[in-house]
Design a binder for this molecule. Structure first.
Ligand SMILES: Cc1ncc(COP(=O)(O)O)c(C=O)c1O
Length: 372
């Protein structure tokens, strides 16, 4: 039997055949090995350029004698803290190994072969992957101005539709819809279709919409039991490596999700870190200010070079570089700057750049000037 051939493919479940795995940003160490660059600015995974709160580091250090113990599988303390932070009931919260785990579990609970899952063109990659994983039919609705076309998504609902995934703001385009569009959409979705509102970038969007026009999912899930709201500590809270996210929804649905969840999917350090991160609003506020300043800095610099950007309400900027996009991506790597090519999203002429700190933004701008 040869090692590289597909000897076992015929044994693989049909759903697994069609899965196109998630493509993560290139890790810093890989770039160092590949191009022998000593200094790297990773602006490819929408991480927090300030790192995380120092209070979190202290809390983790103080907790470091607990490694031999299993975590609290119910995440009681974190859910209790979140419940008071968000003014919701503990039973309306389920924790996940990043929101990614929860997004996939929702598909496993509600959809299978023959069912349809709706999401937007340019929607987050995990939505089609979740549909593929459960063997459901992925229904991609064309975007408008790179964002969700909510009326068209409504029109795409059929008797087979089980789930609709929506990100606000969307990744990788950064686009946003406002309260009026959202409320009209939600009121028209049939009660037997589950809507997943993915708010991974909520904090940035609220900051960028001081007029209060951002529809915060907490204000809706109690009136719409078919609505699930996913959130993460990976972005504004800077805890991406620890993998912790949560879902808000009605107790019945969360009960089904919990049946599938691995008992210890959120480790104890992630739980401690998230609780502590919620107690450091200054860190989040600083992260949001840094992001806003960086967004202005990057947008001005790339527009001055004649490139168009998609207006973004998140912590990244998607830039249209035309046919040379991949070449620019490659040359930036050699300058020690990792950004994200978007060909797998059907945006081959674009690159997505996560907003960095001042130093990283300058590194990107300097490297871009050099490679053009
Ligand atoms: C729109 C969106 N949803 C969910 C996630 C998953 O985040 P995590 O699994 O780190 O919570 C991401 C990560 O980039 C994202 O962009």
């Amino acid at each position: 039997m040869s090692e590289s051939s597909e000897n076992f493919l015929h044994l693989v479940q049909p759903a697994v055949h069609q899965v196109r795995p998630y493509q993560p940003g290139k890790p810093i160490d890989e770039l160092k090995r590949q191009y022998k660059v000593s200094y790297v600015s990773k602006m490819a995974s929408n991480e927090n350029p300030l790192g995380s709160s120092l209070k979190v580091a202290t809390a983790l250090f103080n907790f470091s004698n607990q490694m031999a113990r299993y975590p609290d599988s119910a995440g009681h303390n974190l859910r209790e803290r979140l419940a008071s932070f968000l003014q919701v009931e503990m039973g309306q919260i389920t924790l996940g190994n990043g929101s990614n785990e929860l997004l996939e579990l929702i598909a496993r609970v509600f959809a299978g072969p023959g069912d349809e899952i709706i999401y937007s063109q340019y929607g987050f990659a995990v939505y089609p992957i979740s549909a593929q994983l459960v063997g459901a039919t992925a229904v991609e609705v064309p975007a408008v101005d790179y964002g969700h076309d909510l009326p068209a998504m409504l029109a795409a609902i059929t008797p087979r539709t089980k789930l609709i995934y929506i990100a606000n703001p969307n990744n990788p385009t950064g686009t946003l819809f406002r309260k009026a569009q959202w409320e009209s959409f939600l009121a028209q979705v049939p009660e037997n279709v589950i809507v997943v509102l993915d708010e991974a970038y909520l904090e940035y969007a609220e900051h960028a919409c001081p007029d209060g026009s951002y529809p915060n999912g907490v204000d809706y899930f109690r009136d719409y039991p078919n609505l699930l709201v996913s959130r993460t500590f990976s972005k504004a809270y800077g805890l991406a490596s620890l993998r912790v996210g949560y879902l808000l929804g009605c107790e019945e649905i969360l009960g089904y999700i919990n049946r599938l969840r691995q008992p210890f999917s959120v480790n104890a350090y992630a739980q401690v870190a998230a609780i502590t991160a919620l107690s450091d609003p200054q860190f989040v506020a600083k992260s949001l200010r840094t992001n806003q300043q960086g967004m202005v800095q990057l947008k001005a610099a790339v527009e001055a070079k004649g490139f168009k950007v998609i207006p973004s309400f998140a912590n990244f900027l998607t830039i249209e570089f035309g046919e040379q996009a991949l070449e620019i991506y490659d040359k930036l790597l050699r300058e020690g700057v990792i950004v994200r090519p978007l060909a797998n999203y059907g945006l081959a002429n674009f690159l997505r750049v996560s907003i960095g700190n001042n130093h990283e933004n300058s590194h990107f701008i300097g490297a871009l000037s050099k490679v053009l």
